[in-house]
Design a protein around this ligand. Structure first.
Ligand code: AMP
Length: 424
């Protein structure tokens, strides 16, 4: 099948009005809130050396094995479009040296994974990610989870649920994998083909397989923390105590695992019932990543904005409409001279902070009024030869049709008052 050339590539989307207004609202709410937590934005490149992702995410992970857009740049060096945001931030921080200590950063932008196309899985998607740099500590992890919960509240996502667990320490991974493998072996015939392979290569992945049969088997398994040492279990207990102290509604999911190798101790995932099989809104955890001899420790999370927007649309059905800014005023011109003068008027109003629109193509007054209606404007300002001679402007309420003639200062005053009242 030939794809018409105006379609974006499979798994990628054009984002436009009206949906883009909701994106802007979601992003702006997040930026406001991150400022309260003194988390600052960092913008790292979208293209990075492939080795950065291989070394930080782990050679055996699905993302590195199957999903990266990798190619050679002009110098013959292997580069990849970023499949996630943490690795680039860590590269940046590693370059800062000791100044990186205590950094609190967020990023917001596109990520790329060459996924098999399916609902909820895009090849270009967007993430808001937060990285709080510092040595391990339950209080730091809980602050990050509190920030995550606060974001969900700010977006109005009441149905979202935070599930947490521990990934333990790297030294415990072999025991965890071995323990799970032993527990899974009797159930091998019930597992899907992929999971039978994972049993040997990457047994943790069996726990987040979406297949019905595998999920049923996973339910019967012991908690992964059963295979960890006392210190790791105590760390998770302390996280749980602090979550209670802050009255955060996070629950322990004893079989939660996260796919990337760099996690240790606390990990979490947020699910939302509107998302179907791909129900993860966001995921996070504590990590330790080495880059060029520097080891960066921190705790962070990434939220998928496509899924956040879907969930917002589900939990707040009127949100797209209310997020959409409407021009408060539509300027209507009777004749060429008025049109020219209205261009000047529009400039003046916009410089005063009043949103307005006007048609510049000389169409009829009737057609201009239709455009005013379509735009959802609260007022039309109508000007022709007669009004220009008198130095007046006709202000028409689009709601009730009431009209009055005003001089410029009174017109500006009225429109300013109306736009303040509307919050536009
Ligand atoms: P991950 O780094 O895989 O844990 O992803 C963090 C979040 O990004 C997930 O919880 C999703 O919300 C989102 N996400 C990851 N992969 C995709 C994708 N292919 N398409 C859309 N959203 C994604």
């Amino acid at each position: 099948m030939t794809v018409p050339s105006f379609q974006p590539l499979q798994g990628m989307s054009d984002l436009a009005s009206p949906e883009v207004h909701l994106w802007q609202e979601v992003e702006e709410a997040a930026r406001r809130l991150l400022a309260l937590y003194q988390v600052e934005e960092v913008r790292t490149p979208i293209l990075e050396p492939t080795g950065l992702f291989v070394r930080s995410l782990g050679e055996g992970t699905d993302v590195v094995q199957k999903e990266m857009y990798t190619f050679e740049d002009r110098g013959g060096r292997s580069v990849s479009l970023r499949p996630e945001g943490t690795a680039g931030v860590i590269r940046y921080l590693a370059g800062l040296g000791p100044e990186a200590a205590g950094a609190r950063l967020y990023y917001l932008g596109p990520m790329f994974r060459a996924e098999r196309p399916q609902a909820g899985r895009r090849r270009q998607f967007h993430q808001l990610g937060v990285e709080l740099i510092g040595p391990p500590g339950p209080a730091q992890d809980v602050e990050a989870i509190a920030l995550q919960q606060h974001l969900l509240n700010a977006w109005g996502l009441k149905a979202a649920r935070i599930e947490i667990n521990s990934r333990g320490l790297p030294a415990e991974q072999a025991a965890v994998s071995e323990g799970l493998r032993k527990a899974l072996e009797p159930h091998e015939p019930r597992l899907c083909d992929d999971c039978r392979r994972r049993l040997k290569a990457n047994v943790l992945r069996v726990l987040d397989c979406k297949q019905e049969g595998c999920r049923a088997v996973a339910e019967t398994l012991p908690a992964v923390t059963d295979f960890m040492g006392a210190d790791s279990r105590a760390y998770l207990d302390e996280v749980r105590r602090l979550l209670d102290l802050l009255e955060l509604p996070a629950v322990i999911n004893p079989r939660l695992v996260r796919g990337l190798d760099y996690y240790q101790h606390t990990i979490w995932e947020i699910r939302h019932p509107a998302l179907g099989a791909q129900d993860a809104l966001a995921g996070g955890g504590r990590y330790r990543i080495e880059w060029e001899g520097a080891a960066i420790e921190g705790v962070g999370f990434a939220a998928g904005l496509e899924r956040i927007v879907t969930a917002v649309q589900h939990d707040r059905p009127a949100s797209a409409e209310s997020a959409r800014g409407k021009p408060a005023t539509w300027i209507v011109s009777q004749g060429a001279k008025a049109l020219e003068q209205n261009l000047v008027l529009a400039q003046l109003l916009r410089q005063r902070g009043i949103a307005c629109g006007l048609a510049l193509d000389g169409r009829s007054v009737k057609a201009q009024m239709r455009a005013a209606n379509r735009s959802g404007a609260a007022f039309a300002v109508i000007r022709g030869e007669l009004e220009m001679e008198k130095g007046l402007f006709v202000l028409k309420s689009m709601k009730d049709g009431a009209q009055e003639e005003l001089e410029l200062p009174a017109l500006v005053e009225r429109l300013l008052r109306a736009s303040r009242a509307e919050g536009t």
